[in-house]
Design a protein around this ligand. Structure first.
Ligand code: KG4
Ligand code: ZN
Length: 339
């Protein structure tokens, strides 16, 4: 039986709707929220209001793009968490109402699991190579940094994670220190391309095992910039590209060090990345080198499936539907959620 799923994502500051038929993506529409840029970070209350405004137009756009009528949708999959509660409430309530009106089931989706399952989204008419289970996935977003052994579509084990800040937070917070906009990751990525990555050195954490830490780097970066600015007020302006390149290199080194350790200790050769930070071009280059050195099969998602999108929610909903894992109308969103 062919399955058509409407996916809804509203966990943070992107309102997104997608349509998937079996594993093929028919539409993946996203409304970004520019309103947060002026504040240097996501303002939860403003995010909820913007979701409320965006959700109906985004869903209609997705259905139109897919050329799919409401009556052709078999189920609605939505992000239950983790995320901002007010934002999640908009997507959850919309999904319940849509499903009630159509008389179809709802499927709750864990946003983190969905980032990883984005690797299984197929583009119509294109050849698709998927990672084989068990594979290792480095999940790096604005809120999470985890090393995950993916044993099956819905069976994942976290074997390492950050004990403080996430990798995306390190990018965003350091970008704020030098006056770059929010989110800082993409801006640092662009500027780093023009800078020298060995111009400056910042502290790397010494954490045993497979866990990460990024709060020390953030502090080291902050103090370094503050001290340099005391000597020269123009320091940041004159060294922006080098600062970005050196910071990015440090974050990449930290990420790859534990990823290589994890691959060695598990013996897994299919290695994937997922989440917003996996859009980083420096990281992608470094990963290709690491893959060659370690004989990995490397899986990097297309840019459009790295940051938050409903395509990943719909594909996760597809696999849960196949297993009969439906949610009841009394389900509530959860700000915190584990795998
Ligand atoms: O997965 P995502 O869209 O949202 C969360 O679930 O958190 O990730 C957002 C994070 C932000 O911290 C953003 O700065 C980072 O991904 N990001 C990047 C790049 N694009 C997005 N970080 C580094 N380089 C990029 N090109
Ligand atoms: Zn995300």
């Amino acid at each position: 039986m062919s399955l058509t799923i409407l996916g809804i994502e509203s966990s943070c500051d992107d309102t997104s709707a997608a349509v998937i038929r079996d594993q093929e993506i028919l539409a993946n529409c996203i409304a970004n929220q520019d309103v947060h840029q002026a504040y240097g970070g996501v303002v939860p209350e403003l995010a909820s209001r913007a979701h409320q405004q965006n959700i109906i137009p985004v869903v209609e756009h997705a259905l139109q793009t897919a050329g799919v009528g409401r009556n052709e949708i078999d189920a609605v999959a939505f992000t239950r968490g983790p995320g901002l509660l007010g934002s999640l409430l908009v997507g959850t309530s919309f999904s319940k109402s849509f499903a009630l009106a159509q008389g179809i089931p709802i499927v709750e989706v864990n946003h983190l699991q969905a980032h990883i399952l984005a690797h299984f989204i197929k583009e119509p008419g294109q050849n698709h190579v998927e990672p084989q289970f068990p594979f290792l996935c480095l999940l790096i977003s604005g809120g999470h940094t985890q090393l995950v052994v993916v044993k099956d579509f819905l069976n994942m084990e976290v074997i390492g994670q950050t004990i403080d800040d996430a990798a995306g937070e390190a990018f965003d917070k350091c970008a704020k220190v030098i006056g770059l906009g929010y989110p800082g990751g993409p801006v640092i990525d662009e500027k780093a391309k023009r800078g020298h990555s060995t111009a400056f050195a910042f502290n790397k954490p010494r954490i045993d095992g497979l866990d990460y830490s990024f709060s020390g780097l953030k502090t080291s970066f902050l103090y370094f910039v503050r001290d340099k600015m005391k000597e020269d007020e123009e320091f940041v302006v004159n060294n922006e590209d080098d600062l970005c390149a050196s910071l990015q290199k440090t974050i990449i080194d930290i990420l790859l060090d534990k990823l290589e350790k994890a691959a060695k200790s598990t013996g897994i050769k299919d290695v994937a990345i997922a989440g917003g930070v996996s859009a980083n071009s420096g990281l992608r280059t470094a990963l290709h080198k690491a893959a060659q050195k370690n004989d990995w099969r490397l899986f990097i998602p297309p840019f459009k499936y790295t940051t938050d999108n409903a395509g990943m929610i719909a594909i996760t909903g597809y696999y849960k539907f196949r297993k009969g894992m439906f949610a009841s109308q009394s389900i509530a969103p959860q700000a915190r959620m584990r795998f």
